[in-house]
Design a protein around this ligand. Structure first.
Ligand code: NDP
Length: 329
């Protein structure tokens, strides 16, 4: 194997540093499948990792990047052979195992999902961990029994990665989607991806009352904090909130009122350790439901070098839609 390029995060004197480096095969970690990475993406967690804003990386030196797609170049795993197209997300990749901001990856085959038919490796990373988490959230709402006739679905952090894909998926299935954003200037973008109505997130930022007017049949929340507390207070009787993020806060200053007086369900969504059956279900539904033209319209492509400068931007909520990383650009 020739040498290859990757972003490497190292730590010295308690200070973390991320830079583009040239590596060789000996630098790869253990695994039974080696992949030529075609695309990765910038997720919120990658922003925390690259900028060092939170202790996401727990082993040094480490290649960040919590997801990738590509082509198998070597495999001793029974599920994959050379040339297979695969997707990786989760399982501590980009946190404790070398990740996707690299031209080559070596991982356990058990962590990989075969690329679903009809989806390219670029589209798979247009979706990425954010879009896959949006799909898990939508599946959670559906499994709760929610149907379009039940009423409006609220999506917070709407102009971000999870939010944008959640809106696309819900609108495609016929739900009326209300988007909550701090960037009302993005109203046209949000309507183009499928939102029927756009609300300013300031409406959700004050401390929540125990109960408010019943407005939402379901919700996908990427924010936590007062945002999620206000969403919970406004849920219709028997509604469900899929909670997947902390873009506002890790805290949840709410009361039991929505749960015991309105039978509201708060479902936690975790993308990292989901089992293979759940992953395959989510990726197959993404391949079936996503309008690839709309997906392309929310994606921006960057190089490994570019991604170094974007970590702080995504944490500051300045990135719109999805950012695809092309490691050979
Ligand atoms: P993005 O940065 O793309 O989107 C986050 C969005 O949240 C921003 O674009 C902004 O949307 C909104 N936002 C930012 N700050 C605040 C705030 N203070 N209050 C309310 N909303 C805010 O990130 P992702 O979409 O990739 O990830 C979103 C969240 O989901 C993150 O917290 C991430 O950690 C989490 N996540 C969790 C996963 C899991 O397994 N549970 C997997 C993937 C992501 P706008 O400008 O429209 O207001």
């Amino acid at each position: 194997m020739k040498s290859f390029q990757a972003i490497v995060i190292s730590k010295s004197d308690d200070k973390q540093r991320a830079e583009l480096s040239t590596l060789s095969e000996e630098d790869l970690m253990d695994g039974d499948v080696t992949v030529a990475i075609e695309y990765s993406t910038l997720n919120y967690k990658d922003g925390l990792a690259i900028s060092g804003a939170a202790p996401i990386v727990r082993r040094f030196p480490l290649i960040p990047g919590i997801d990738f797609s590509g082509s198998v170049i070597e495999s001793t795993n029974g599920r994959f052979t050379k040339g297979d197209k695969v997707i990786l997300n989760g399982f501590g990749v980009g946190e404790v195992h070398h990740g996707g901001f690299s031209q080559i990856g070596r991982v356990k085959g058990d962590w990989l999902v075969a690329l679903p038919g009809g989806m390219s490796t670029r589209h798979a990373m247009g979706v990425g961990t954010a879009g896959y988490t949006a799909m898990l959230s939508v599946l959670g709402l559906e499994d709760h029994g929610l149907r379009p006739a039940d009423g409006d679905i609220l999506v917070t952090g709407a102009a971000g990665g999870v939010g944008s894909v959640a809106i696309m998926l819900l609108a495609k299935r016929g739900y009326r989607v209300v988007a909550v954003t701090g960037r009302v200037s993005e109203t046209e973008y949000l309507r183009n991806v499928g939102a029927s109505e756009v609300l300013d997130r300031q409406e959700f930022s004050d401390p929540a009352r125990p109960l408010g007017k019943e407005r939402w049949a379901g919700a996908v929340d990427v924010a936590g904090g007062n945002t999620l507390a206000n969403v919970l207070s406004q849920m219709k009787y028997g509604g469900m909130v899929a909670a997947c993020g902390l873009a506002d806060s890790m805290k949840l200053p709410t009361s039991v009122a929505p749960f015991i007086l309105r039978g509201v369900t708060l479902k936690g969504i975790d993308s990292v350790m989901a089992d293979l059956k759940t992953r395959t279900r989510a990726w197959d539904r993404l391949a079936q439901d996503l309008d690839l033209e709309t997906l392309d319209s929310i994606c921006t492509e960057v190089s490994l070098q570019d991604v170094l400068g974007l970590g702080e931007s995504i944490i500051a909520g300045k990135i719109r839609g999805r950012t695809i990383v092309n490691p050979v650009a």
